[in-house]
Design a protein around this ligand. Structure first.
Ligand SMILES: CC(C)(COP(=O)(O)OP(=O)(O)OC[C@H]1O[C@@H](n2cnc3c(N)ncnc32)[C@H](O)[C@@H]1OP(=O)(O)O)[C@@H](O)C(=O)NCCC(=O)NCCS
Length: 92
């Protein structure tokens, strides 16, 4: 989580997730990671998609936040798919 809103939408979240996934896949040798996000949160959803996540499911009215129940969306990030994103990421 990036606490200071001034630093949102500058690419830091994507960088952090790619770094975490590099450790998860290339050091721990895991096969699959689930990224869950509030459906209404475009930055978290954007990070999941940009890291190669594919929609796996939706938990409806899952969490009570700011006076109402909110949906959560779940993305599967597979090592095989993520590796292509990682190659492109390292070129830049
Ligand atoms: C969620 C969070 C980690 C994302 O990190 P971030 O640095 O803000 O996001 P990034 O700049 O890396 O953006 C990644 C993608 O999200 C999307 N995105 C970012 N800002 C956006 C905006 N203002 N509107 C719509 N989509 C946006 C884009 O698809 C973007 O990719 P792009 O830059 O190639 O277009 C960060 O915003 C955060 O910590 N927020 C507060 C806590 C939180 O929301 N936690 C998640 C709860 S589900």
């Amino acid at each position: 989580m990036i606490g200071d809103k001034d630093y949102w939408s500058r690419g830091f979240g994507f960088d952090a997730e790619m770094t975490l996934l590099n450790y998860t896949f290339n050091t721990l040798n895991l096969r699959k990671v689930i990224h869950s996000a509030f459906l209404f949160n475009p930055r978290s959803v954007g990070c999941a998609k940009k890291c190669g996540g594919i929609k796996e499911g939706l938990s409806r009215r899952h969490i009570f936040r700011n006076g109402e129940y909110r949906d959560m969306i779940h993305f599967a990030i597979f090592k095989t798919r993520w590796q292509k994103v990682w190659q492109e990421y390292n070129k830049n």
